[in-house]
Write a protein that binds this ligand. Structure first.
Ligand code: 6PG
Length: 261
């Protein structure tokens, strides 16, 4: 599968000492193709090296093309899907069959289309009251990552809101999670909705975190977070894996205001 990243810059971010990779692809379709390549290659490697692949998915519109592309490529990937564990970065507090459900979207576009036996699903139980759902999800994470203390996901896929939020970590949410917490319930005032989200410490414990961002509407916030003087005030700017890699996978529109080569 030949990819055509317009440019790849591997730079060390002086402020956080994390390996930061920025990949800019000519179109959203090629971002999805590159994303699927990262997903499948790292799944094969994790299963080979550790016996399983653990990945947390985000919702919103951006991942739709990625999910469809992974589903297209999955039958030819040689992956034992029964060794793939799928989690969610965040979830809206709606029933799993609700139109806004991140679980439902991933199910329709990806999980229902994986070769048998399909992936092992670790759904956030949003039919429960928010705090109870967060507690149950934390218990699920503890069961799924025994003996590891905090979960160490092989891959975490993040989107980016034009307001600089990621996952369901919004600037106006007082709860951002503390070192001991892996999942919390938050109330997002601007959306007037409850959500369950991984905390920043849980996200930063991953082996590889990938932002998938496309469209000109995100160009300003991408440039502000990656290059701006005020970037650090946005929740997404707090994503800096303590011992992992961080990739920003962009199309030329979302990366249009960056000054990287
Ligand atoms: C969600 C996501 C959220 C999303 C951003 C970007 O549940 O909505 O997890 O963090 O990634 O809001 O959304 P778009 O991809 O739709 O712009």
């Amino acid at each position: 599968m030949k990819q055509h990243p317009l440019s790849v810059a591997v730079v060390r971010d002086p402020g956080k000492d994390v390996r930061l990779i920025i990949e800019i692809c000519p179109s959203a379709d090629l971002v999805a193709a590159r994303g699927a390549e990262l997903f499948l290659s790292e799944a094969r490697r994790a299963i080979r090296e550790r016996g399983r692949f653990t990945v947390a998915l985000s919702g919103g519109a951006s991942p739709a093309l990625l999910f469809r592309r992974i589903a297209e490529d999955a039958p030819f990937s040689g992956i034992d899907w029964g060794k793939t564990h799928v989690f969610w970065v965040d979830e809206r507090c709606v029933p799993p069959d609700h139109a806004d459900s991140n679980f439902r979207m991933a199910g329709e576009l990806l999980l229902s289309r994986l070769p048998s036996p399909g992936a092992v699903i670790h759904r956030i139980p949003t039919e429960l009251p928010p705090r109870e759902a967060a507690r149950c999800y934390e218990q699920e994470l503890t069961r799924a990552f025994p003996g590891e203390g905090a979960p160490v996901f092989d891959q975490i896929w993040l989107g980016l809101g034009s307001d600089g939020h990621t996952a369901s970590l919004f600037s106006d949410c007082e709860a951002q999670g503390s070192a001991g917490q892996t999942a919390i319930a938050v109330y997002v005032e601007k959306l007037r909705s409850h959500r369950i989200t991984l905390t920043l410490p849980a996200i930063n414990n991953a082996r590889h975190v990938i932002f998938l961002v496309t469209g000109a509407g995100k160009a300003d916030i991408v440039a502000e977070i990656l290059e701006g003087k005020e970037g650090s005030r946005y929740p997404a700017a707090g994503v800096a894996p303590s011992d992992g890699a961080l990739t920003w996978l962009l199309d030329t529109h979302a990366g249009g205001r960056l000054h990287y080569p």
